[in-house]
Design a protein around this ligand. Sequence first.
Ligand code: GLN
Length: 531
Amino acid sequence: MAKFIFVTGGVTSSLGKGILAASLAKLLQARGLRVTIQKFDPYINIDPGTMNPYEHGECYVTEDGAETDLDLGHYERFLGVYTSQANNVTTGKIYQEVINRERRGDYLGKTVQVIPHITDEIKRRMLLLGTSGQYDIILTEIGGTVGDIESLPFIEAIRQLKWKLPKEDYLVIHLTLVPYLASAKELKTKPTQHSVKELQSYGVNPHIIVCRTEHPLGNDRKIKIAEFCNVDYDSVIEALDAETIYDVPLYLKKEKLDQIVLNKFGYNDTPDTDLVQWNNFLQRLKFPKKEITIGLIGKYIELKDAYISIYESFIHAGAQNECKVNVERIHSEEINKNNVKSKLSHLDGIFVAPGFGQRGIDGKIVTIQYARENNIPFFGVCLGMQMAVIEFAKNILQLEDANSTEMKQNCKNPVIDMMQEQKTIVNMGGTMRLGAYNCHLYENTLAHKIYGETTITERHRHRYEFNSKYLQQYTDNGMIASGINPDSNLVEIVEIPSHKFFIGVQFHPELKSTILKPHPLFSEFVKACLS
Ligand code: GLN
């Protein structure tokens, strides 16, 4: 059985529990431990897959096809270790399981209740990854803020686990805010005291308190928090606002958070942290030698979380190329034939984002035409790739009424069409083509040059596909399919060989870019934009 760290949050949301969990996990991993992170979300949706990005930000997809919270993206990017279906649990999933059991009659006539039945199922799911033998430490992030009604069963489960797990395998970390009152010129610890008190009122005593703060806490305040909140002096950790999220592991290391955790767990002989590669990344990120501006054309640009993996991938790729990548977010609804030049001509490269539905489609097509005709590096992902296919059909193949059946069901030329297996599906949740599939790359193509391999694996999330009936026409006219699924023959990558850099991919490469292993598609795109 692994050891368990539970991370709760107090005072306010958006304190960065995900980044705290990922950063601590990184420090522990760097000491040679096998670590994973799971997230327990209090909402009733089975997963965020059916939620609007405005509601929930990006939906992150794992290798095994789970649609998950975007924090799992941070976990994978920091650790370079895949997560799975088991790493994201929601209240919806817990209740679904318990209700299914009730319908089967498994509870043998008992009244089914939050305690013990819901909390038992939560505990089972919390411990699941710990029994796999794959990990030494499991971090569990609890979504929401302590005191929310909906996260109470999760907190209660954590309380019960104190009695189930050996003392040296169980640790609770509470993340709070120590706000700075400008008028009083003072940091205030009261909200932290109250939030810990709230947690204690549910029977959970945190072992470590991590305090988000704009200014250094100072020793006196640390002592005050420790004494009021009943934790060891060394267990009040300052988490100073950082310039980038990648600084956070180093800040926490300075506060000896990893060492405190290891001491509490009774690990004596863990080598000191190897963060050489991490530091190299930070160095390249902070001191770039060049600078470019890439336009990200999408319809959820107002909300940074909606395309978080894409922004992160550009950061990784930029650091690799020692180049600052400015990503200019441009709303696709605001682009039309008359203004396209003034909106896009200053860009070094154009990226068209994934998405669903009709809104903003015309602007994407005009954008792609502009990139294609002006030899501007172009990279389209999922819907961005599909739009490139439609643009080519309209303007080069002269196919009348070319479209995707997602946008126009009875169009004359459905160059993008619903996948066969999707046609009989009625439920929306969890039914797209999801997760990792192999892709064969043809030699002497841009894709092959970028990856340097003939078989790759990438993650998917879509219902529509390139309609292969039109493939010959495309090939004859200068757009080729350079990547094909070897089993289903689905077109996964299109490119225009005569163009400087024009590539569209049906999958989501942004989901596999990590800090220490930037994705080659993003990296080479940045390189093309630089030249
Ligand atoms: N809406 C498109 C489809 O379902 C593209 C999806 C996406 O961009 N993730 O195929």
